[in-house]
Design a protein around this ligand. Structure first.
Ligand SMILES: NC(=O)c1ccc[n+]([C@@H]2O[C@H](COP(=O)([O-])OP(=O)(O)OC[C@H]3O[C@@H](n4cnc5c(N)ncnc54)[C@H](OP(=O)(O)O)[C@@H]3O)[C@@H](O)[C@H]2O)c1
Length: 339
C-alpha cells in the first residue's frame, strides 16, 4: 500500500490539457487504487483533446480529464475486494460519455475491481496497455464480416496499430483481407507481418488492382477509418451490393459517394462503433472475445500486442499528441504518468 499519495491528472481547461495537482478520494466498496503506468494516445484521444470526439449531449458537464484506456499496478484495495489483487497488473477503460468520467492520464485512479482486466503476474503494464480499443475492434470486424456472409474484407489505413493486429488475427484464422496503405514503406512493413494482399493507394494502378482483387476474393465489406472522398473511391471499385463500415475519421472529411453506386449497384455505408458492441453483445460473446485477447496478451501478444514507439510523461501530453499524429505507422506513442 502506498500512502500519502500526491496525485496529478490532466484536466481540460478551456479545451487545453493542463497538468493539475488533485486530491485523492478514499476507496469505496468494491474499489481498488491503481498506479497508472501506460496509456496509448489513440486517434480517439487526439480527437478528444482537440475537442471533437464523442456525443456532445452525453458528455458530462464540469472539469474533464483525458485518456481512454491503459494499464497499471494495483496499489491498494478496499477491504470488500480483498488484498489478493494488490500488486497485479490490470488494464482498464474510461468512457467519456459516462458520468464520473475521470480520464486516466493521471498518476493514480480509483476503479471498481469488477471493471478492470487482471493479468497474470509476469505481464507488465507496458504489455497490457492497449486491451480494449483496437484488439476488440479487430475481432469485431472479422465477426461482422463473417456474420454478414462476406468472403473477404478490405481495410483502410492498414498500417495502423489496429491494421497490424488485423493482419495477424486474420492470417491466424485464415480470413482474406485486402490491406490498403498509402506509402511503399507501409507495404513493406505489412509484408513483414505476413500480409498477403496489400495495395498502395499512391500507385497508378491502385483503382484497377482494387477492382480486380475485390472481385477475385469476393471482398464486399470495406472497414474504413479514413472517411472523406476515399470511402466513395474504394466502394466504387468493389462488387455490387458492397458495404463500407465507417469507423474512423482520419481524413477529417465527410464521406462522399457516387449516387450511381448507391442506386444502381446498391452499395451502402454503415458504421462500426465498438461501444455499441459492448452494449449489445451477450456476456458469453464478450467473455469469448476478451478471453481470446487476454490469452494472447498474456503469452507474448503475437496477435494483439502493440509496439511502443515513444513514451512521454504527463507534463508532455501536448507534445506527445503531436508526435503520435506524425509517427502512428511506427508504433504507439504512450503516456507513462509515473515518469
Ligand atoms: N469506431 C470504433 O469503435 C473504433 C475503434 C477502434 C479504433 N477506431 C479507429 O481506428 C483507426 C485506427 O486506430 P489506430 O489506433 O490503429 O491508429 P494509429 O495506430 O494511430 O494509426 C493511424 C494510421 O492511419 C494512417 N493515416 C492517418 N491519416 C490518414 C489518411 N488521411 N489517409 C490514410 N491513412 C491515414 C497513418 O498513416 P501515416 O503514417 O501515413 O499517417 C497510420 O498508419 C482510427 O481512426 C481510430 O479512431 C475506431
Amino acid at each position: 500500500m502506498e500512502s500519502n499519495l500526491s496525485n496529478q491528472a490532466i484536466i481540460l481547461e478551456d479545451g487545453k490539457p493542463v497538468l493539475k495537482d488533485i486530491e485523492d478520494t478514499p476507496l469505496s466498496e468494491g474499489e481498488i487504487r491503481v498506479r497508472v503506468e501506460a496509456s496509448p494516445i489513440n486517434p480517439s484521444d487526439q480527437a478528444w483533446v482537440a475537442g471533437f470526439y464523442g456525443i456532445k449531449e452525453l458528455i458530462p458537464k464540469g472539469p474533464l480529464g483525458a485518456g481512454f484506456e491503459g494499464s497499471g499496478v494495483v496499489t491498494e484495495a478496499h477491504e470488500s475486494v480483498g488484498a489478493d489483487i494488490v500488486g497485479k497488473t490490470v488494464a482498464f477503460f474510461e468512457d467519456c460519455h459516462n458520468q464520473g468520467f475521470q480520464g486516466l492520464w493521471r498518476k493514480y485512479i480509483n476503479k471498481k475491481a469488477s471493471d478492470v482486466i487482471q493479468f497474470p503476474e509476469h505481464v507488465k503494464p507496458d504489455e497490457a496497455f492497449a486491451v480494449f480499443v483496437n484488439p476488440l475492434t479487430a475481432v469485431y470486424m472479422i465477426n461482422i464480416a463473417k456474420k454478414n456472409g462476406h468472403k473477404a474484407l478490405i481495410h483502410g489505413a492498414a498500417s495502423s496499430a489496429l491494421g497490424k493486429m488485423l493482419v495477424r488475427y486474420a492470417k491466424n484464422i485464415d480470413f482474406p483481407v485486402i490491406n490498403i496503405v498509402r506509402r511503399q514503406e507501409q507495404v513493406d512493413s505489412l509484408k513483414e507481418l505476413g500480409a498477403e494482399h496489400i495495395l498502395d493507394s499512391s500507385s497508378d494502378t491502385f483503382d484497377d488492382d482494387l477492382a480486380e482483387l475485390s472481385k477475385e476474393l469476393g471482398a464486399t465489406a470495406y472497414f474504413d477509418p479514413i472517411a472523406g472522398a476515399f470511402c466513395g473511391r474504394v466502394l466504387s471499385k468493389m462488387p455490387a451490393k458492397s458495404t463500407a463500415h465507417v469507423y474512423g475519421a482520419l481524413s477529417g472529411e465527410a464521406v462522399s459517394l457516387n449516387p450511381i453506386d448507391i442506386i444502381f449497384y446498391q452499395k451502402s455505408v454503415t458504421y462500426l462503433y465498438l461501444l455499441t458492441w459492448f452494449q449489445e453483445a451477450s456476456k458469453e460473446e464478450q467473455d469469448e472475445v476478451f478471453g481470446e485477447v487476454i490469452k494472447d496478451l498474456s503469452t507474448g501478444g503475437n496477435i494483439f500486442g502493440t509496439k511502443i514507439y515513444k513514451t512521454f510523461s504527463l507534463d508532455k501530453v501536448v507534445e506527445a499528441c503531436g508526435e503520435a499524429a506524425k509517427t502512428a505507422s511506427l508504433g504507439k506513442v504512450i503516456i507513462n504518468p509515473q515518469l
